[in-house]
Write a protein that binds this ligand. Structure first.
Ligand code: DGT
Ligand code: MG
Ligand code: MG
Ligand code: MG
Ligand code: MG
Length: 232
C-alpha cells in the first residue's frame, strides 16, 4: 500500500517500553476524592461500601487484563503488579497504564449501585495512573510494604481523630490540636540557680530550628538522634 505524505508523523511517537525483567507496577489514585467522599457521604474514617467497590473494580481489572499477579489497595488508590516476564502490549507503559485506569474507572461506575444502593452517583469519578518498575523481589515487597505502612499510619490517625470528634465531643480543630505529632523527651538541662537535672521537654517534629554549632564532633549527633537512621 502506498504511503501518504502524512505518514512521517508516526515518527513523532516516543518509545515507552518498560525495561525487561522488571515488575511493572501501575498505581491508580482517585482524583480529588476528598471532595468525592464528602459529596457521596462516605462514612468516616472508613466507608465499607467504598472499599468494597474499589475491591470489586480491582477484581474486574485483574480478570479482564493480562498478566497481573497481585493487586493491593487502600483508601482511594490501587496498585497492580504485572509479572516480570509479561510481554502484554510489548510492555508499553502508556498502553498498560491507560488500560488499567479505564477498566478500573468504568468498573467503578458500572458496579456503583451494587455497593451504594441508596446513594446516587452524582458525577463521573476519575483516577490518575503512574508506572513504576521494580527490578528485584525485595524492591517489590518493599513497595507493597510501603503502601501498607502508609495505610496503617493513616488509618491509625483517622480512627483516633474521628473517635475524638464523634465519641469524645471535640471539634475537628481540637482533635487536630490533640494529635499534633508532639512527643515528650527527657533532656538533661541546667536550670539557672539549680543543679543540672532531667526534665521532660515537649518537642514538635515539625518545628524547624536553626543552629550555629559544631557538627564535626559527636555532641550534636548525640543530642539529635532523629537525624540519622540506622545504617542497615
Ligand atoms: P488527589 O489524589 O490529589 O486528586 O486528591 P485526593 O483528595 O483524592 O487526595 P488523596 O488521594 O491524597 O486522599 C484520599 C481522599 O479520599 C482523602 O481525603 C480521604 C478520602 N477517602 C478515601 N477513603 C475514604 C473513606 O473510606 N471514607 C472517607 N470519609 N473518606 C475517604
Ligand atoms: Mg494524591
Ligand atoms: Mg486521590
Ligand atoms: Mg489517595
Ligand atoms: Mg485500537
Amino acid at each position: 500500500m502506498a504511503k501518504s505524505k502524512f505518514e512521517y508523523v508516526r515518527n513523532f511517537e516516543t518509545d515507552d517500553t518498560c525495561l525487561r525483567n522488571c515488575y511493572i507496577v501501575v498505581r491508580l489514585d482517585g482524583r480529588n476524592f476528598h471532595r468525592f467522599a464528602g459529596q457521596h457521604k462516605f462514612t468516616k474514617p472508613n466507608d465499607n461500601r467504598a472499599l468494597g467497590l474499589m475491591s470489586r473494580s480491582a477484581r474486574s481489572v485483574m480478570e479482564e487484563l493480562e498478566d497481573i499477579v497481585i493487586a493491593y489497595g487502600q483508601s482511594d488508590e490501587f496498585s497492580f503488579v504485572f509479572k516480570r516476564s509479561s510481554t502484554w502490549f510489548k510492555r508499553r507503559a502508556s498502553k498498560l497504564m491507560t488500560h488499567v485506569a479505564s477498566q478500573f474507572s468504568s468498573s467503578y461506575v458500572f458496579y456503583w449501585k451494587e455497593f451504594f444502593e441508596d446513594q446516587p452517583l452524582l458525577y463521573p469519578p476519575s483516577f490518575d495512573g503512574r508506572v513504576v518498575l521494580y527490578p528485584t523481589n525485595r524492591n517489590l515487597k518493599d513497595y507493597l510494604s510501603w503502601r501498607q505502612a502508609d495505610c496503617h499510619v493513616n488509618n491509625l490517625y483517622n480512627t483516633v481523630f474521628w473517635t475524638l470528634v464523634q465519641k469524645g465531643g471535640l471539634t475537628t480543630a481540637q482533635a487536630e490540636d490533640r494529635l499534633k505529632r508532639e512527643e515528650t523527651v527527657i533532656k538533661r538541662m541546667k536550670v539557672p540557680g539549680e543543679e543540672e537535672k532531667d526534665v521532660p521537654v515537649t518537642s514538635s517534629r515539625r518545628r524547624v530550628q536553626s543552629y550555629h554549632c559544631d557538627i564535626i564532633g559527636d555532641q550534636f549527633w548525640e543530642e539529635h538522634p532523629r537525624v540519622l537512621e540506622d545504617d542497615d
